[in-house]
Design a binder for this molecule. Structure first.
Ligand code: ADP
Length: 539
């Protein structure tokens, strides 16, 4: 067979050539704008040439701090089209982590949404490699800013070359993108996506038994473009000529419902918190959601009730999927097999609420504590190991590669059972992290902060189920003997507040006489989680 490299530029070329009239509907801070793929292609080429003029070279990283909109989509293709690497920065990370990842990736240029400029202004003096800042804005004038040198995105495009040729000498294994993922403790870890990985992952999104994304779809990625490339949807949608609806900054459930209705969205994707919000909106308002053929839900376990309500009350197919930054992310997706369709409703729902079966192209092993593969009986638990062509094989220049990548397998840190059908269910996680509304909170960082308080003897922070956010942190604190009865929750909150973003603060602080421990003296978090599982928090 011909050894034709799989590259991102050929995806955009296909959209420009065969789907020139198809549209990208993009919401920005000033309203909703429509572009055709012909226009997006031209703007992408202009951006690539502008970045080249700014001195970006093959292999170098360009960071983005941006919401889901057409300019971010252009960056998705312009940067790799230049042979450079698209580094999507998670705007919800703590400022010091943002500094760390920009310096670690050695970003040369940052593309920043106008409303996110203050985020970077605060830390600009700590950035070691950034040579230029480009502000993405609808306004003619740049906002007042201390960043320099600073450029206006649209002005750069105006001066850019609409006929810019995407770089041809790209090896399919060259890096195209990167994204950092939270670690249990310490700085985030970088994952690099190759052109080949992204192309193959896009192909997987088009398979009938996965997302079945096609030209006929109107896709609305709600999952942020700084979260594993919005689960790869923008790449696949361009390749397939799929109409895209990009919901932009600070959207509300009402806005999502309005956009679905107005633009006849057929497929959308996001974390459970988003769909819980949409459900509430649908229950209160009068919307026509009949265009939707699939809601993809992942990032955290989809509650059974959520799946049931969308499907039975609103007749919207709800597809539960699993993945991680290291896996591009789609690797596991829940669908009934043909011979399971006639099972009683409850049994079907039980299967669908599991994370699901492997997507073609990916392999798995589930390994117990003894190092042996567990039996597929839906009961034995083990860690999920994965391998495949869109799964990373290392963390970017990071010692922690050794822990997660061993013998050709990614050790996910997720503890699962597998049933006779090969369907996995996540039952626990070894990563000491709490996932709140799709974003990670480090329990270890909160514990360390609490234990640094002079009156705290021990502190353990655990995830407690939460109706809206899936998980919220609750802190269990043992005070020193002389502080018992004297130090209050409020004092500890006042102490934590300046150190963490508001959404990281525990929902409650529970005083205890002692924290249960394992035989080797580690906190027995499972026991704490069990004890606190019905602990309804203040917020
Ligand atoms: P993403 O942005 O896709 O959430 P992350 O790398 O931040 O990717 O998180 C991946 C982790 O999230 C997984 O290792 C797992 O612990 C959790 N996760 C992802 N999808 C699901 C799901 N459907 N059910 C339960 N946990 C999930």
């Amino acid at each position: 067979m011909m050894n034709v490299p799989l590259t991102l530029s050929s995806m955009m070329e296909r959209a420009e050539t065969y789907f020139a009239k198809k549209q990208v509907i993009s919401r920005t801070s000033s309203g909703v704008h429509t572009f055709t793929y012909r226009e997006i292609g031209e703007r992408t080429r202009r951006l690539a040439s502008a970045l080249e003029k700014l001195g970006v070279k093959k292999g170098e990283r360009v960071g983005t701090l941006a919401w889901n909109h057409h300019r971010h989509l252009e960056a998705y293709f312009a940067i790799p089209g230049l042979g450079a690497v698209l580094h999507t920065i998670n705007i919800r990370l703590a400022p010091q982590q943002i500094v760390y990842i920009i310096n670690h990736a050695e970003d040369q240029v940052l593309l920043i949404d106008d409303d996110l400029v203050p985020l970077i202004e605060k830390v600009k003096d700590e950035l070691k490699t950034v040579k230029a800042f480009v502000i993405m804005t609808d306004k003619d004038e740049l906002p007042e800013t201390s960043l320099e040198p600073v450029y206006h995105y649209e002005n750069l495009l105006e001066e850019g070359n609409p006929g810019f040729e995407f770089v041809k000498d790209i090896d399919e294994n060259d890096p195209a993108g990167m994204c950092y993922t939270s670690a249990t403790t310490g700085n985030p870890k970088g994952v690099v996506y190759s052109h080949r990985g992204i192309v193959l992952h896009s192909m997987a999104l088009g398979l009938a038994d996965t997302a079945a994304l096609s030209e006929r779809d109107v896709a609305m990625p709600v999952v942020p473009m700084f979260h594993v490339n919005a689960w790869g949807l923008p790449f696949a949608a361009v390749w397939f000529g799929t109409t895209q609806v990009m919901p932009g900054p600070y959207f509300t459930p009402k806005l999502l419902a309005d956009m679905i209705q107005e633009h006849q969205v057929t497929l959308t994707a996001g974390v459970p918190t988003i769909w819980l919000g949409l459900l509430k909106e649908l229950e209160e308002g009068d919307y026509d959601m009949s265009s939707l053929r699939a809601i993809l839900c992942g990032g955290s376990a989809a509650p059974k009730g959520l799946i049931h309500t969308f499907e039975s009350k609103y007749k919207i197919p709800f597809v539960h999927a699993y993945g991680m930054t290291e896996t591009s992310p789609l690797v596991v997706l829940s669908r009934l097999k043909s011979y399971q369709q006639d099972l009683p409703e409850e049994a079907r729902l039980d299967i669908r609420a599991k994370q699901g079966g492997l997507v073609p192209g990916v392999e798995m092993k589930v390994v117990g504590k003894d190092g042996k593969e567990v039996a597929w009986n839906g009961e034995e638990m083990g860690e999920l190991l994965l391998r495949g062509p869109w799964i990373a094989d290392e963390y970017y220049q990071d010692e922690r590669t050794k822990e997660a990548f061993q013998d050709g397998w990614l050790h996910t840190g997720d503890v699962v059972t597998v049933d006779e059908e090969g369907v996995i269910k996540i039952v626990d996680r070894t990563k000491d992290l709490i996932k709140s509304g799709g974003e990670w909170i480090s329990s270890v960082d909160l514990e360390n902060a609490l234990m640094a308080h002079e009156d705290v003897f021990e502190a353990a922070v655990v995830a407690v189920p939460h109706e809206k956010w899936q998980e919220r942190p609750v802190a269990c604190v043992v005070l020193k003997d002389n502080a018992r009865g004297k130090v209050t929750k409020e004092e500890l909150y006042d102490y934590l507040k300046p150190q963490f973003a508001k959404w990281w603060l525990p929902d409650d602080i529970v005083f205890m006489d002692e924290i249960p421990k394992t035989s080797v003296g580690k906190f027995l978090k499972r026991a704490l989680r069990e004890q606190l599982k019905d602990h309804h928090s203040a917020s």
